[in-house]
Design a protein. Structure first.
Length: 263
């Protein structure tokens, strides 16, 4: 299948649920063909996202794979290009969180966090850039950082470290690939109503002697706009990063957090 030169194609990793799902649906609404990725265990939810995109009138392609594995990321890109014709935008959204005192984190837990949140973004950035350079028409690479890339949270130290690293990686990639017409930026969500934040709330509450739901309410008091964000808030910003409106923006990791942290 060859792609329509007037329609851009995007890959969204971690797209079966939460922020990734919202991004995939929003970019389809914006007129892009969307290749959605997640791990095999989430195939059912992934196929549902694909079907929803196709119902909107856009082309979609679903491919499972683990972003921490180079061969899997290469497969995601190769199969997407084979199905849709080219790659114009990469959204490296897949990530995990773990809430645990740093003193109790095992080496295995540390390595798992870094393999998905950092190596997964590195591989998504690098292999997407190689494809875009080969195509010769530039492109947009977008990564998932977090508010903790600027303001770490207690009990989220490895997660915070991984997101600080994504911020640095984004800046370095932007410097190196600008000459190829590739922009590289990241989005930094704050407190979002997703399964990940339900997990964070549960463990923070337990650590601080609260009931489930109380911890997220406590931390939400610092949101100046007065509410926890929803995945669609983040997707709207990623829509901008994926659009031509952001063509003169690169190397930035921007907070979309309702006003918790100011830079």
């Amino acid at each position: 299948m060859t792609g329509n030169a007037d329609v851009r194609n995007v890959i969204v990793t971690g797209a079966a649920r939460g922020i990734g799902r919202a991004i995939a649906l929003r970019l389809a609404e914006d007129g892009l063909n969307v290749s959605v990725n997640d791990i095999e265990a989430n195939r059912g939810e992934l196929e549902a996202v694909k079907a929803q995109i196709e119902e909107s009138g856009r082309k979609s392609f679903a491919v499972t794979g683990d972003v921490s594995k180079e061969a899997d990321v290469q497969k995601i890109i190769d199969e997407t290009v084979g199905a849709l014709g080219r790659l114009d935008v990469m959204v490296a959204n897949a990530g995990i969180a773990q809430v645990k005192p740093l003193i109790d984190i095992s080496v295995e837990e540390w390595d798992r966090m870094m393999s998905i949140n950092l190596r997964g973004v590195f591989l998504s950035y690098q292999l997407a850039a190689r494809q875009m350079i080969k195509q010769g028409n530039g492109g947009k690479i977008i990564g998932a950082a977090s508010i903790v890339a600027y303001r770490p949270f207690a009990l989220l130290s490895p997660y915070s470290a991984s997101k600080w690293a994504v911020r640095g990686l984004t800046q370095g990639a932007a410097m190196e690939w600008a000459r190829h017409g590739i922009t590289v930026n990241a989005y930094c969500p704050g407190i979002v109503g997703t399964a990940m934040w339900e997990l964070i709330d549960e463990h923070l509450a337990k650590n601080e002697g609260m009931k489930k739901g109380e911890a997220i309410r406590k931390y939400s008091e610092s949101i100046h706009l007065g509410r926890v964000s929803v995945p669609e808030d983040v997707a709207q910003f990623v829509s901008y990063l994926a659009s031509h409106d952001s063509d003169y923006m690169t190397g930035q990791s921007v907070m979309i957090d309702g006003g918790i942290q100011f830079s």
